[in-house]
Every structure is written in C-alpha cells, then in structure tokens.
Design a protein around this ligand. Structure first.
Ligand code: NAP
Length: 437
C-alpha cells in the first residue's frame, strides 16, 4: 500500500502550514465491508467469522462537508459494533447507509468503512468549522448528530437522526483517514500514546452515561453496582467510574484470569460466572447469583450494568434491589429478553435504556481521562492490515478491555506529550490491561 506525502508529513509531526499545503489523496487505506458480500453467511451459519467479510484496502476519499474535518488517523480500536457490522447482524449496515444516503448521498456506497473510535491529527477543516484547526491532535466522540435539531440543545442522544459514526455512517475510524463532524472532536489526552487515546471514547462515554448521566442510573455514593463483563470494553470503564464515584462495584467475569485482573483493578467483589454451570437462564440460577452477591457484599445491587442481554437479563432484573435499576445499552447474547415481570413491579424496580453518550457526557469523561482519573483499558494492539484478526479476537471473547488498531502510527507508544503526568500516574496503572492474564 503506497503512503502519501500528507500521511508521511503527519507521521513526521509536520507543522500545520505544511499539512494544509499538501494534497489530500484521492484514495486511502481502510477496513471495510463490501455490499456485494451481504448475505454471504447462511442463516444457520454457527460461526459468522468476521475475517471473511472485513477487508483492508483502498477506498475513495469523500468530499468534506462544511461542518466536518478530515482526520489523519494514527490509531483506532475495535468495538463490538465492528463485530455486529461484519456479521451483517442484526441488519446489514448497508441498510443504514442507504437510508442516510437519502439526505447525504456520499455515504451510500458499495463499501462501508467501519470504526467508531479514533485518535489522530486534523488535516482539513470544512468552511464552517470554528473551534478546530489543522494540526490539532484529537480523539473522536462516536455520536453523529445533526446540530440543527432543537432537541440537541436538551440531549443530543434524543436527536431523531442520531447515528453511530462508523456503524450507521460511512468513513469511520478504522482507516488512515476519517471524516467526522467538528462537534465530534475532543482534545487528545496528552499523556497517552495514540493507541491508548484511541481506545476509550465509545465505551468510556457509554459507561459514563449509563452510570452517571442524568438519563442513566445516576449512581450515588455507596451504591452497590453489579457489572456484567467487568473486564470487557464497557465493563473496564464501568468499574473505574463506580470506584471514582464512591460506589461499590461487584464485577462479573467468565474466567479466573479475568477475576484476577478485576482484583488488580481494585474491584472489591468478584463473581466468576463460570461457577454457575447450570446457567443463569432460570430463576434457580438467578437465586444462586443473588445469594452469591449477598454472601459477598451483604446487600443487593442498587444498579445492574447490563449489555449482555438475553442470557443475563432475567438475572439482572431479579438481583437488583427493591427500588433499584437495571441500566442496559446492549444485548450481546440476544436481544429478545425474557424476565419475570413480578420481580420488577412488586419491588418497584426500573429498567433504563441507554445508548452512547451526548457530547457533553463525552467531554466530561474525556476530561476524567485527561486528568488521569480514568485509564485506558487497552490490552492488545494490531496493525490496520490485521483489523479483521483484531475484530475476530473480540468476536470470540478472547480479549480483555479494548483492542487497539494502529493506522498511520508506525509503532506503539508514540504521541505522548505530557510525560510528567504519565510518570505521576505510573506505567503500572496505564498498562494494567496489557499485562499477560
Ligand atoms: P466486550 O468487550 O466483548 O465485553 C463484553 C463482556 O461481556 C465480555 O468481556 C464477557 O465477559 C461478557 N459476556 C459476553 N457474553 C456473555 C454472556 N453470555 N453472559 C455474561 N457475560 C457475557 O464488549 P463491549 O464493548 O463491552 O460491548 C458489550 C455490548 O454492549 C455489545 O453488545 C455492544 O454492542 C454493546 N454496546 C452498546 C453501546 C451503545 O451505545 N448502545 C456502546 C458500547 C457497547 P466474561 O466472559 O468475562 O463474563
């Protein structure tokens, strides 16, 4: 794959004037899906291996709209939506692009460039962009929202045309260049490398809204919070946010190795779900889980942090305390949930739906990361050429925390500007998820 003068200048740390002078290439390297491969998995295919559908190659460079910037991507990360997209589930993402194409034709293409996280350098700004300049080092918020919708002033996540960038839009972050709205931009935390900076925003901001946000569970000091997948993408940030806010995290994980990592994170209560060999699908399993939480903590959770879906949801509703809340943003094990409604209404519990995070919530969690109060959970890093392999690791639940992808960054550990803050936090904490399990 040939590199361009612009990409080389970004990597060399060229001045903004130099970046502005160099031509934007007409094509760029990107991890993408192909529309002609929709339907390539059989309905009853047990293993929809994402390596079959996630390709890396050249795609055409789009035009930039007035309110957008072009980011030269140094690093990105795999999200679970990358896995859903490459399995063409629950619906092929090309359906999103077709719908979006009715208002913005650029997005409706036979290729879909994925990726909802990125860290990089701005190389072009649209004419209407005021707060950002060529040369700025940024990370991206994953919400793609039309700022003209009045409800955005209230809560951007309520916008009728809200889209997840790089999932419901084209030109995402798993590429050498990405197109984002200027409103999506946040300053890159200066003590982090490119790949550490790139892995946080989608999961950290989603967990923040779920736990802290006004429309989330609004955790209070002392709240017991049960977190499924506590060393996974969302859970790794969820545990940190609960601890920071004075809550009491109870982390659920699937192996003893992950249980050990959770303890190293400072999570005082750990449940290994593999001990429930009879499963958690019926009330017998729910009761065993509830009893285990009471045995360890002495009380029931005020909040259950849900994203695991069908296989856990009944248990989540059951174990939440009287008046407690289950806050959910996903359904990894299936989205048609069953739970016993008597446990919900008789004990006055609530189910709260949550999705992504608005820009203010993204700003707030990015600030915590920049202050060194929330740390990246990066566990592994792959080159962009191996993006499909990286997504496969997430698909098979072989990872912990976040899996990073290097795009233009030629190697790991580049991009750190604030070495003093890094030293104050300590490599041990910043690289906690990178130690072998
Ligand atoms: P992840 O990195 O794969 O982590 C998920 C964790 O869930 C795994 O570490 C695994 O931990 C646990 N898990 C998986 N299957 C399970 C099961 N059947 N029962 C219990 N635990 C199970 O994924 P993620 O990034 O955290 O995302 C999780 C889900 O949330 C995905 O469905 C994703 O699409 C969704 N999500 C939604 C939003 C949104 O804005 N709506 C944002 C982010 C993510 P153990 O095996 O250790 O238990």
């Amino acid at each position: 794959m040939k590199t361009t003068a612009l990409a080389e200048a970004v990597v060399a740390g060229a001045e903004p004037a130099e970046l502005a002078r160099l031509d934007v290439p007409s094509a760029y390297r990107a991890a993408h899906l192909r529309k002609d491969e929709v339907g390539s998995f059989d309905q009853d295919d047990q293993d929809k291996d994402v390596r079959r559908t996630l390709h890396v190659g050249e795609v055409p460079m789009p035009e930039l709209a007035e309110d957008e910037v072009l980011v030269a991507v140094m690093a990105s990360a795999i999200n679970y939506n990358t896995v859903w997209s490459a399995m063409f589930e629950p619906v092929p993402t090309f359906a999103f692009l077709e719908r979006f194409g009715r208002s913005d034709a650029r997005h409706d293409l036979p290729v879909h460039v994925l990726g909802s996280d990125a860290a990089g350098v701005i190389v072009r700004t649209g004419r209407a962009v005021r707060r950002w300049r060529v040369g700025d080092r940024v990370v991206t918020s994953p919400a793609y929202v039309d700022g003209e919708d009045p409800v955005v002033q209230h809560d951007g996540m309520l916008a009728g045309d809200l889209r997840a960038w790089g999932f419901e839009t084209n030109f995402g972050g798993l590429a050498d260049f990405a197109v984002v709205k200027a409103t999506q931009l946040l300053a890159k935390p200066r003590h982090l490398s490119w790949e550490e900076a790139a892995c946080n925003m989608l999961c950290a901001s989603t967990a923040y809204r779920m736990l802290v946000g006004e429309r989330g569970a609004r955790m209070k000091q002392g709240d017991v919070v049960l977190l499924w997948g506590a060393t996974g993408g969302l859970g790794g940030y969820g545990v940190q946010l609960v601890r920071n806010g004075g809550g009491i995290p109870v982390g659920v994980v699937g192996t003893q190795e992950k249980a050990e990592l959770l303890r190293r994170m400072g999570c005082p209560y750990v449940v290994d779900r593999s001990q429930f060999d009879g499963g958690l699908a019926d009330e017998k399993g729910w009761r065993r889980l509830g009893a285990e939480i009471r045995r360890q903590v002495g009380e029931d959770p005020a909040i259950v942090f849900e994203h695991t879906g069908r296989e856990t949801f009944g248990a989540s509703v059951y174990v939440a305390k009287r008046g407690g809340a289950v806050v959910t943003c996903g359904s990894s094990s299936g989205y048609a949930h069953e739970y016993d409604n008597r446990h919900l209404w008789m004990k006055l519990k609530r189910i709260i739906g949550s999705h992504g995070a608005n820009y203010q919530e993204c700003h707030e969690v990015n600030r915590l990361i920049a202050l060194g109060m929330v740390h990246p959970t990066l566990s592994a890093v792959y080159p962009l050429e191996e993006a499909a392999q990286a997504a496969r690791a997430v698909q098979l639940n072989q990872h912990v925390g976040k899996v990073g992808v290097l795009a233009l960054a030629p190697s790991e550990d580049l991009g750190v500007e604030d070495h003093a803050l890094r030293a104050r936090i300590g490599e041990d904490r910043l690289r906690l998820f990178r130690r072998p399990l």
